[in-house]
Design a protein around this ligand. Sequence first.
Ligand code: PBG
Length: 345
Amino acid sequence: MSHSKSRPRRLRRSEKLRDLVAETSFSVERLIMPYFVEEGERVKAEIESMPGQYRFSIDMLLRELEELESFSVRHILLFGIPNKKDERASQAYDERGIVQRAVREIKKNFPNLTVITDVCLCEYMSHGHCGVTRGTEILNDETLPLLAQTAVSHAKAGADLVAPSDMMDGRVRAIRVALDESGFTQIPILSYAAKYASSFYSPFRDAAQSAPIFGDRKSYQMDIRNSDEALREVKLDLEEGADLIMVKPALPCLDVIRRVKDTFHVPVFAYQVSGEYAMLKAASEKGCINERDAVLEVMSSIFRSGAQAVITYYAKELASWLREDAGRFKLATKRVYPTSSSVSF
Ligand code: PBG
């Protein structure tokens, strides 16, 4: 018989023990659910590449949010799909724009929901790029005032946080100054600081009809081969006034999430993007993986890497699984942390 002092398997012997020593857990209050809102009435159109995800008109989105609230999901991220696109993205900062109207309605009906708005121009530009263009060039400084105006219009409509995702240099400062000058000193900026050029955004671009009609986004979004560069981006955004940092996409960037968290000690959010969702759905539908197990594994790994919160199209489904499986979930992730008196599963 060997008397080994160290036997890691001792702590894996039972589910109770595994749960007791699990290093990672997450709860519904750390999840953010993204939504696409468009013009019209009674619209709930499924996005082909993202089964279970829809484009909603405002009336239908309000109904959806009732269900979301019943699952105790408390935070949403909103994207607008306008009727008209042009070369100045004028619908992006129109006070009567789709996002602005949606935010007003949502805050009126669901005052307790955290509403985060995506601040970007690509859905509103006829060419689909995130900035003003000249020829095939994406102009940086010319884009900043439009982004700032967009953020202020969201804050005026009642957004709780604004999240710039355009990757123009200097946009956090431009937005911070504009918000402050308009009296919105209390509105935090969640900066997509490390946003990589990724093929995993494709389903989103189908949903939002925002694929660029020429070129790609590699002159402004980051190169996936770099992580020192992510730290530089984060440093700049924090200096410019970002309150929260986002890393995106999530699964290809777990190392980046960890490095950012360890370096800056600020809350890091991760975005599990449309293609990550589509991939999990497609593999599950084909019977290649067990959906719940796979999703929980991925979510656990994102939280383990250091994410404070995760934006995920699975938020509602996860919340429903957590509730259904209360008390008999087989993974450590069933644990509610931090313990919340208002949410009990
Ligand atoms: C807007 C924006 C995009 C996403 C979030 N904000 C698309 C892009 O950069 O092309 C992608 C989100 C997802 O894929 O779920 N710039």
